[in-house]
Design a protein around this ligand. Structure first.
Ligand SMILES: NC(=O)c1ccc[n+]([C@@H]2O[C@H](COP(=O)([O-])OP(=O)(O)OC[C@H]3O[C@@H](n4cnc5c(N)ncnc54)[C@H](O)[C@@H]3O)[C@@H](O)[C@H]2O)c1
Length: 347
């Protein structure tokens, strides 16, 4: 399958490595608003500023969208309506309302839109999940994420650099691990006195899951000393035992079957190609991924309000906003056809 990569920035280069290593996917060209940036990584292949135009010119059959979050909605909408399936980077969109618009666009066009939530595809996480399956009922899953990162750039000035830019990975992984969806969240975020971030570098969130378990996340960007893995440190506390994962090495606490060994981005690319071949919806299909973004938005709303927030409430608000701001009549009609019941069953 020939693909156009759009977004030739830092992570676009990571995707080019995965495409080069794949025997299922071939690069047809690279698009970026900055055509020089595209040319610099395209290795002599065609380049352009518009992914759809470039796909038409090169005969590409799919688009891989690694643009900045604000561009995910316009770039993916244009590709889907041009008849091209899309594999997009996380987050699905800038907000749950824009994400609902993309889900409606995927329904209308019948094209696959998959979000590469790549940390979910870590083989050690797959083995932790297999262990968790053997622990009986689960009481709680906790993640501690503690780093001391000086990024410079946009993260330093965001209102919620931890919750919005990073926490989506463990939130999504918790859904995968527990095979369960969140019902509500109570979150506090704050900025420690010594923080070098303008926004809140620390957060604690408690999610009630629909299987009765609690998922507890404690994260910080400003914790010098004894830092954790980028995946965080995990504890799964169950009826028949406990499983532990330090985020970097094999999890401890039981016999886990060997899992897939592809790199995480490579595994996403393979899942996308396989889904297009078989027609079976992959993990990360737009509807399935909505809840991970909604967990982030719910946590931010809870931190702002100082009260617990139900996930249903997040979807209802986002749906109203999506109807109000949608500019395409066909997408608005599709959004309007959804029932409230449907909104709470996104996966
Ligand atoms: N899964 C992960 O672990 C992981 C890690 C890093 C980044 N990401 C995600 O990857 C995406 C890109 O991040 P990055 O660090 O590469 O950003 P970046 O800013 O380095 O690159 C983004 C590129 O997109 C281009 N662009 C912006 N709008 C465009 C448009 N409308 N059309 C075409 N090109 C456009 C920009 O010119 C830029 O070259 C983000 O969504 C980010 O969250 C994921």
């Amino acid at each position: 399958m020939r693909v156009v990569l759009v977004g030739a920035g830092g992570f676009g280069r990571r995707w080019l490595t995965a495409i080069a290593a794949s025997d299922e996917v071939e690069l047809a060209g690279v698009a970026d608003l900055n055509e020089d940036a595209a040319r610099a990584v395209a290795g002599g292949l065609p380049v352009g500023t518009d992914a759809v135009e470039l796909a038409r010119r090169t005969g590409a059959e799919a688009v891989i969208n690694v643009t900045v979050p604000a561009a995910h909605h316009p770039v993916t909408t244009a590709a889907l309506f041009a008849g091209l399936p899309v594999l997009g980077e996380k987050p699905l969109a800038e907000s749950v309302s824009r994400a609902l618009s993309l889900a409606a666009a995927a329904e209308l066009t019948g094209q696959l839109f998959m979000v590469s939530q790549s940390r979910r595809r870590n083989p050690q996480l797959a083995r932790l999940r297999a262990m968790a399956d053997g622990l009986g009922r689960i009481g709680a899953v906790t993640t501690t994420f503690a780093r001391s990162e000086h990024f410079g750039g946009f993260r330093d000035v965001m209102a919620q650099p931890l919750l919005v830019d990073m926490a989506i990975h463990p939130f999504d992984a918790a859904r995968y691990l527990l095979r369960s969806e969140p019902v509500s969240v109570y979150c506090q975020s704050w900025n420690p006195a010594w923080s070098w971030f303008a926004g809140d570098a620390n957060a604690i969130a408690v999610f009630e899951m629909d299987n009765g378990a609690r998922y507890v996340y404690h994260g910080t960007w400003c914790s010098p000393g004894a830092t954790t893995s980028w995946n965080g440190e995990w504890r799964v506390s169950g009826e028949h035992g406990t499983a532990l994962w330090d985020g970097d090495n094999e999890p401890a606490g039981g016999d886990a079957p060997a899992g897939p060994e592809l790199g995480d981005v490579e595994a996403s690319l393979h899942a996308f190609a396989e889904a297009l071949r078989t027609g079976v919806p992959p993990s990360g299909e737009v509807h399935e991924n909505l809840m991970s973004l909604a967990m982030v938005e719910a946590a931010v709303l809870s931190a702002d309000a100082g009260t617990p927030i139900r996930l249903d409430e997040v979807f209802e608000r986002a749906h109203a906003q999506a109807l109000a701001e949608e500019t395409r009549a066909d997408v608005r009609a599709q959004l309007a056809s959804w029932t409230t019941d449907r909104l709470s069953r996104t996966s």
